[in-house]
Design a protein around this ligand. Structure first.
Ligand code: SF4
Length: 397
């Protein structure tokens, strides 16, 4: 099979380890000893070998090594994972390969090893430039440590850097958020993600700020709705003035530096998750890897038991119906500022977009929430402000 005939595939590699647990975090991540890191990486490489054997018809266009905090581990483990990926998958020569890192866990030598291993993009979890806000989140680092990490990444040769920011932090004000945006944009990263804090059930924050919770105790309150709104509008304007295009509801980039991995996700490019709890969408099916570490480590990915191990790893596989795929096309595609293309819809589903969603689209256009430009349908500014409502209108089932 030539490369031109191969289908695109994105890879996500999950590293579930962190230095400590942030108070708001509900990701699959935890502290572990170095011996567990080693055992996990050995097993992950076994899984990469087994999964790669089933993916000959794909060419990998992006890799995202996320977590957790991949940079908490010895960097040679990441090098070994990268080597296993390149030996078992056909990775395109111009693939975007990102690693998530956290300040406080990034030393210069680690970054050099990542570069040498072929990683070409770094995503740094900063969240805030205010040290008190970082403390309220339970982050392990200060803004000053982040600055050092950022400079180290530049010195190691990374010319494509994302910085993750978070709004809605306890005690955050419009001024402190403006200050965070100022300090971050002065560094000129290529990409900025700005998500709002969500108080998830099962986290310490849930007991402090969730439904029926008594409040943060010694921690300040969450910003009120008016402040949240102002923060939201300031973000868009401030980043636009600094040359960052908003290409998705929460993502901003310098021209040409949009995250290809995310764009693939929003346009339904198949992705394969590798590692503990990682999710996949391949061949119109969704599945998620085993989430229990002991069970994951117990799988035998040897050649003779590969099929059984992959089956046990994936658990139930959900085959998406045509309607569910259409819904996802709209939900995910409309998150992007450019929106969804009528041509893509026809080529994917063999039916015109208006034949399925015509009345919904017309109603939302009349109400000023959607707009049509040529073959593109996208959210208006107001539609983006109330995107949860607009997207829910595209449910068929
Ligand atoms: S660093 Fe990220 S993954 Fe780890 S605990 Fe904090 S938020 Fe969760």
């Amino acid at each position: 099979m030539t490369n031109r005939q191969k289908k695109p595939l994105e890879l996500y590699v999950h590293i579930p380890f962190c230095a400590s647990k942030c108070l708001y975090c509900d990701f699959l991540s935890f502290r572990a000893l170095r011996s567990v890191h080693e055992e996990y990486i050995d097993q992950l490489i076994g899984e990469i070998h087994a999964q790669g054997a089933c993916c000959h018809e794909y060419q990998v266009t992006t890799v995202f090594i996320g977590g957790g905090t991949p940079s908490v581990m010895d960097p040679f483990y990441i090098r070994d994972v990268m080597q296993a990926l390149s030996e078992n998958f056909d990775i395109s020569g111009d693939a975007e390969i990102t690693i998530e890192v956290n300040p406080g866990t990034m030393l210069q030598n680690k970054l050099h090893i990542y570069r040498a291993a072929g990683i070409n993009r770094v995503s740094i979890g900063l969240q805030s430039a205010d040290n008190r806000e970082l403390q309220y989140l339970g982050r392990i680092h200060t803004f000053e440590e982040f600055l050092k990490s950022f400079q180290c990444a530049r010195m190691a040769g990374f010319s494509n850097i994302n910085i993750d920011l978070m709004s809605g932090i306890p005690g955050q004000t419009l001024d402190s958020w403006r200050n965070t945006l100022k300090k971050v944009t002065m560094l000129k990263p290529e990409h900025i993600s700005a998500y709002s804090l969500i108080v998830e059930e099962g986290t310490p924050y849930w007991n402090m700020y969730g439904e029926n919770a008594g409040g943060g105790g010694i921690y300040p309150s969450l910003p009120d709705e008016d402040t949240e709104n102002r923060i939201y509008h300031l973000t868009r304007k401030f980043l636009a003035d600094q040359g960052y295009g908003r290409y998705e509801i929460s993502n901003y980039a310098k021209p040409g530096r949009e995250c290809r991995h995310n764009m693939g996700y929003w346009t339904q490019v198949p992705y394969l998750g590798l590692g503990l709890g990682a999710s996949s969408y391949v061949g119109g099916c969704r599945f998620a890897n085993e989430r229990d570490m002991a069970a994951y480590l117990g799988l035998d990915f040897g050649d003779s038991s590969r099929e059984a191990a992959l089956q046990a790893l994936r658990g139930p596989v959900q085959q998406l119906t045509r309607e569910a795929k259409m819904e996802e096309f709209m939900f995910l595609g409309l998150r992007m500022i450019k929106g969804v293309s009528e041509i893509d819809f026809v080529s994917m589903f063999g039916v015109k977009l208006d034949n399925v969603y015509g009345p919904v689209i017309e109603r939302l256009i009349t109400n000023g929430l959607l707009q049509r430009k040529g073959v593109w349908i996208s959210l208006t500014q107001w539609g983006m402000d109330v995107s949860n409502f607009v997207l829910s209108e595209f449910l068929i089932t």
